[in-house]
Write a protein that binds this ligand. Structure first.
Ligand code: C2O
Ligand code: CU
Ligand code: CU
Length: 535
């Protein structure tokens, strides 16, 4: 039953018209698309040129039957071997590794049975290469991205961004890492090569035939977002990383889950040592007892295994915290209002990945006390320091909204226009339902959820988090897990929280997105454009 549903969703049996445009355009906006992106441009001389094809594949994830997935298949056309690393036996796309300043061309081919477009999450690129839903292409079409890498060294990623279908496309496997390095990073003695390890964390549910199950039930389940039954690491069911004793590692964590929030803590109670966040290295390492990681957020960890012996294990758990699901995750978990129960509640304690020591290495590096030479933006640089632009993310009439609006492909409100080259403070407010704490249920938090708010085009600094309206039990359980230094493109807004962020809109005019990165919330319309206009 489940399987049949899944097959329908994946369009099994559909004949893919490879290489042929799907003539019946289903978005009807073809005329407004920037056609320059359909072909490579002369005069752009790429350092790295690659092909990225979104397609269906059948791979082995669990013992027994193979699993149908959607994946990014890749091929290096020109560049160095190191620019493209495939993860063998995983549905995850390749790891694309580039250097700041390099010119990158990516030829995206859509072989899915539906429209798609690729977004480079965290990257500073012109509008036409940002992967806006208005730029989706049909089955069989191509979209050529050509941009110069302007970001700092860091852990970025890519995934599809079609209107209403981002959740399922990412879920069925479409995502990959995009790593940027630069001179500054290379000058620091950080672990590299086999000691620099990607850890993409996702949750999935499989049916009895080993097929992926996405949301199957009603509106309430979508309101909560997708929560799977098991954790996959780097697209694989095996949650064990085999690492060497006598060594230090850089683990690049990406929460690539659709909705799940993690509270990550080591099993031996050692602190979590953070060296980088969304937008690259911190100025100095930070130690926290545990780390909150919302959907789309990245954190680079320094992990010291020098004292560990062969056969030892170190587990990264997600620790328990008060539920942030609708209806407190309690009644929702019993099928009330159509909610699906998961055998892995988000708020419970469970292992995320395990490090098993096998073999000895010898990269005996010391954690530098200074990392990036970096100064955050000062609030006084903003023209609206004392009067921030405010965006509230409430539930209205059982829909997730932003300042009372939902997604419109080309829609931009007056308050969503910002000037090129301006620096602004934004206040992001998670106001629950109807703008009041507790909302319509009266009980604190009953109709509230966390929203990981993401902005395209920019990296921002987090100035403050106001927690006056956050449930004190929740805040107590998570407050030490936020690393707000450094540059971010996503900020996890707890129910009742108001966060102030600051950023500069540089280089490119145009329509860019800001949205909740709970992908089900995004697909339901908790996404808007902001427009950068020449000042
Ligand atoms: Cu990672 Cu607009 O998305
Ligand atoms: Cu993004
Ligand atoms: Cu949300």
């Amino acid at each position: 039953m489940n399987r049949r549903k899944f097959n329908q969703k994946l369009g099994t049996g559909a004949v893919f018209t490879i290489g042929w445009p799907f003539l019946g355009s289903c978005n009807g906006k073809k005329g407004r698309r920037d056609t320059r992106a359909a072909a490579v441009s002369q005069g752009f001389d790429p350092d790295v040129d690659l092909e990225l094809t979104a397609e269906e594949q059948i791979i082995s994830i669990l013992p027994g039957q193979k699993t149908k997935v959607w994946t990014f298949e890749s091929r290096l056309i020109s560049g160095k071997e190191d620019n493209l690393h495939k993860l063998e036996g995983s549905y995850l796309g390749p790891i694309i590794k580039v250097h700041r300043g390099q010119k990158i061309r990516i030829r995206f081919r859509n072989q899915l049975p539906e429209v798609s477009i690729v977004h480079w999450h965290g990257m500073h690129v012109p509008e036409q290469y940002d992967g806006h839903p208005k730029d989706v292409i049909n089955t069989g079409e191509n979209y050529v991205y050509e941009f110069e890498v302007m970001n700092r060294a860091g852990t970025y990623w890519f995934h599809p961004h079609p209107d209403g279908r981002t959740g399922p496309q990412v879920y069925y496997g479409l995502a990959g890492l995009f790593l940027v390095t630069d001179e500054e990073e290379q000058y620091l003695t950080l672990p590299t090569g086999e000691f620099d390890v990607p850890v993409v964390i996702q949750d999935r549910t499989f049916d009895w035939d080993n097929q992926l199950v996405y949301l199957t039930q009603g509106h309430m389940e979508r309101m909560n977002g997708f929560l799977g039954d098991q954790i996959l690491i780097n697209g694989q069911a095996n949650q064990t990383l085999r690492l060497k004793s006598g060594s230090v590692y850089r683990l690049r964590l990406l929460n690539g889950s659709n909705s799940r929030i993690y509270k990550l803590g080591w099993s031996d109670a050692r602190p979590v040592t953070v060296v980088g966040v969304d937008g690259g290295l911190l100025a100095a390492p930070r130690e926290v007892p545990y780390l909150m990681l919302g959907p789309a957020e990245r954190t680079d960890l320094w992990v010291d295994l020098r004292e560990m012996d062969q056969g030892n294990e170190l587990i990264m758990n997600s620790l328990s915290f008060p539920s942030m699901e609708l209806m407190g995750g309690r009644m929702g978990g019993r099928g009330m209002m159509g909610g699906k129960s998961t055998s892995l509640p988000q708020s419970s304690r469970y292992p995320v990945f395990k490090i098993q020591i096998s073999g000895t290495g010898s990269i005996d590096l010391h954690l530098p006390d200074q990392l990036a030479d970096d100064t955050p933006l000062s609030p006084s640089a903003a023209h609206n320091q004392h009067n921030p632009r405010t965006f509230t993310f409430p539930m209205q009439r059982m829909e997730w909204t932003i300042n009372g609006r939902t997604w419109e492909t080309y829609g931009v409100a007056e308050e969503e226009k910002v000037a090129l080259d301006s620096t602004e403070v934004w206040e992001l407010v998670n106001s629950g339902s109807s703008g009041r704490r507790g909302g319509m249920r009266g009980g604190r938090g009953m109709m509230q959820m966390a929203h990981p708010i993401h902005l395209h085009q920019v990296q921002f600094n987090i100035l403050s988090r106001n927690t006056d309206e956050v449930d004190p039990d929740l805040w107590d359980a998570v407050k030490e897990g936020f690393v707000d230094d450094g540059w971010h493109d996503t900020v996890l807004l707890l129910p009742g929280m108001r966060a102030r962020i600051i950023m500069t809109f540089k280089n490119y005019e145009g329509l860019f997105l800001y949205h909740c990165h709970n992908l089900e919330h995004e697909d339901m319309g908790m996404m808007r454009n902001f427009e950068i206009v020449a000042g």
